[in-house]
Write a protein of this length. Structure first.
Length: 341
């Protein structure tokens, strides 16, 4: 347990140091917003898809069918639970306790505590904790599908106040396409459809798919540090337009509610699910890591573009993100201790 705690703490600190570096570089003006946008595009459309291909295409993930259908379901279901708890608190407690005085801010609060950081932090965590286990990383990416679906349906509904059918088009993106393509190729590779001659001919493409020095592997490895830099740059742009000190009388209430729900209530619920449901070891590992996560920074951008309250989203996310430096290693070490019993 101490080894897992120290590893998780070291990784959490390393991750947040990289994010802080990007925040400082962005605030100092060394990295322009154009470069920031370019890195975001590169990460989403090239590096993440390569990382997905590298980890899924030849991993023995699907020997247990629960690894196919259960992770996407859990990705959506966990967001649904978080949003439900967020709405319950926002609607049943007075604004003096929550700092949420308008329907718009309440919707945004529920969305912000509902969607966890399902990509930027879990991917490096799984990479370090299970460096040679492609099965666990593959399950993480399949759970990614459910989380993405929850964003462009449930979260957009919370922010917008009604369902936006055009948001479903956002589900057609490169990471999702890469997941489906990698799963299909994985199943094809493990089937009897391919003859031995065809398998040998596919070896000609090892310069692309080799798991040690292939082009896709090398690009995928770079996805993690660049994604953390993008997170930091995004935060630096948001902080440039906000002065939290002027709103402290309201901010601290919202922040406390956010921390209690995202960093204490949700981990307990997710760990309970991990204990009770019959699932594979890989799914249990991902549930432990999901349970420890803070809110997703992406929600601030969604609030800005889909009628939410950007200030509420920023207050909610920044508070539990800062405190998660401490809570992430604690919850992860506790979760794996429970798993070992």
């Amino acid at each position: 347990m101490f080894t897992i705690f120290s590893t998780s703490l070291t990784l959490a600190l390393s991750v947040f140091v990289i994010i802080l570096l990007a925040v400082l570089l962005g605030k100092a003006g060394f990295i322009s917003e154009i470069v920031d946008s370019g890195l975001m595009w590169l990460m989403v459309n090239v590096l993440f898809p390569c990382l997905i291909f590298d980890r899924i295409i030849r991993a023995d993930i699907f020997s247990d069918l629960r690894n196919v259908w259960l992770p996407p379901f859990l990705g959506f279901f966990l967001t649904f639970i978080g949003v439900g708890i967020g709405f319950f608190v926002a609607l049943n407690f007075s604004s003096r306790l929550t700092g949420l005085s308008t329907w718009r801010s309440k919707r945004t609060f529920a969305a912000s505590v509902g969607i966890l950081n399902y990509g930027f932090i879990p991917i490096p965590l799984v990479s370090v904790l299970f460096p040679d286990d492609d099965r666990t990383m593959g399950v993480l990416f399949l759970q990614y599908i459910g989380s993405e679906f929850s964003i462009w349906t449930l979260i957009i509904f919370c922010l917008y106040g009604r369902f936006d059918k055009w948001s479903l088009l956002r589900l057609i993106n490169m990471p999702i396409i890469a997941i489906f393509a990698a799963v299909l190729l994985n199943l094809l590779w493990g089937s009897s459809i391919l003859s031995e001659e065809m398998r040998l001919s596919l070896r000609l493409f090892d310069f692309l798919f080799d798991g040690r020095c292939g082009a896709i592997h090398l690009l995928g490895v770079s996805a993690v540090p660049i994604s953390l830099l993008v997170v930091g740059l995004t935060i630096s742009r948001l902080l440039a337009f906000e002065d939290i000190k002027l709103r402290w009388h309201r901010t601290w209430r919202t922040s406390i509610c956010s921390v209690v729900i995202r960093l204490f209530i949700m981990p307990l619920i997710i760990f309970l699910i991990m204990i009770l449901i019959p699932c594979t070891l890989e799914i249990k590992r991902i549930l432990i890591i999901y349970g420890a996560m803070n809110s997703a920074v992406l929600t601030v951008a969604l609030a800005k573009n889909y009628g939410g309250c950007e200030k509420t989203a920023l207050d909610t996310i920044m508070s539990n993100s800062i405190l998660s430096i401490i809570t992430i290693p604690i919850w992860i070490s506790l979760g794996f201790y429970i798993l070992s019993l």
